[in-house]
Write a protein that binds this ligand. Sequence first.
Ligand code: ZN
Length: 506
Amino acid sequence: MSDSVDSLRDHLAPINDLESAAAVLAWDQETFMPDGGAEARARQLSTLQSMAHEQFVADETGELLDRAEEATKQADPLDDGASLVRVTRRDYERARRVPSSLVAELSKATSEAKQAWKKGREEDDFSIFAPHLETLVDLSVEKAEAIGYDDEPYDALLEEFEPGLSTAEVTDTFETLREDLVPLVDAIADRPQLDDDLLHRSYPQDKQKQFGERVLADLGYDFDRGRQDVSAHPFTTSFSVDDVRITTRYDEEYLPSAFFSMIHEGGHALYEQGIDPALDRTPLADGASLGVHESQARLWENHVGRGRPFWTHYFPQLKDAFPDALGDADLDSFYRAINRVEPSLIRVEADEVTYNLHVMLRFELERGLISGEVDVNELPARWNAAMDDYLGVVPDTDANGVLQDVHWSMGSFGYFPTYTLGTLTAAQLMEAAEHDLSNLHRRLAEGEFGPLLDWLRTHVHQHGRKLTAPQLLDRITGNELSAEAWLRYAREKFGALYDLSQSPSE
Ligand code: ZN
């Protein structure tokens, strides 16, 4: 690497240290910190984050970037130095375009909005949250204008999470998906429902932890470079490629809650642990996009963890771990139970199939909020109408409807679509892996996860942010983002589970 790239790297490394230290404090806040520590912790986090931000947007960063850009002009785009310059330039320009007065306004507005959202949700009163949401929409449009965009302000917000992807592309892909998905959900609803009673028996927490962590280790999660703890909402956080942590939460009366969240977060963590160590302590040591990150979680959770081969291997062990709950159960009834599809009100509790409709509804509404086509005050009515239209269920309260998610109170517009982008990307990657790896399903049924993990390491993980999501997909599959692979997967899997070749039952 040239001297000027080294100088840029040396300048960025301590900024990365500050961000990682803030991440440790945030992790502790969600896991072990006593309630009394909240105020001090908020101060400490804010100090570290503003130090990191100031050092990053400083003129010095721009000067070092100019010099390093000159030195890497001729380099291969996948060269570490050239990638570092390109990705840092992008982050730097975005960060510099937003005036610090607007950053401060947004930060104040989101902390107030989060309180109002909590209260509104507790009291089931949207009007408590509405004025704060209006402010956040206005400030986010202002931010989008400051950053700049091609077609519509939402592009600039989406770009934060999905570099290289436009609102129009997401809209097209989601429309294709919805056209086939709504009839699939309807067809499933016309069939006899699958029984999942056996999942609602007694599953002691210590056994869940033991079994889940054994599976995580089998999948390749390195407990010498990670650990799992308990938090209210499961998440993955990384302080370096050598320290990637996950959390879960247990429900002793419902087995899937902790188990599938462990596999989901484990998928995120395998990505972070698999990034090339040479990229550590730089802005490249992260996922290509939130959608690609989510694809790794969904691939392990759904394509592997909710698949029959996986349970062909693990069901006997699960039965040994929970003899009281599963003594009378067999593989088939367990496989059907964990893949039950049922339209419901709450996104985070939704099954693999209906989940995407929850996401599409949010994407359409937030795109409308940012473009001005949807007014904040009509949001609850629009929400309920879309729920009825897509899922055939209508929330009984706003707390179970428009107020259920934290994202909008944090000003995170453009985040929701990444969940379904991850789902679609996972299916595209899985088709490519099935093509490249012979007998993949037989190997999974033998508990052999190494070949799949190695394939993901080679094609996805090691690159970190060196490639954007569209570039990754193109290199691996030769295709753009598309709903087709997921639709093929869903029709085959749920067609068999619900016997959809049959005519509707009376
Ligand atoms: Zn996730």
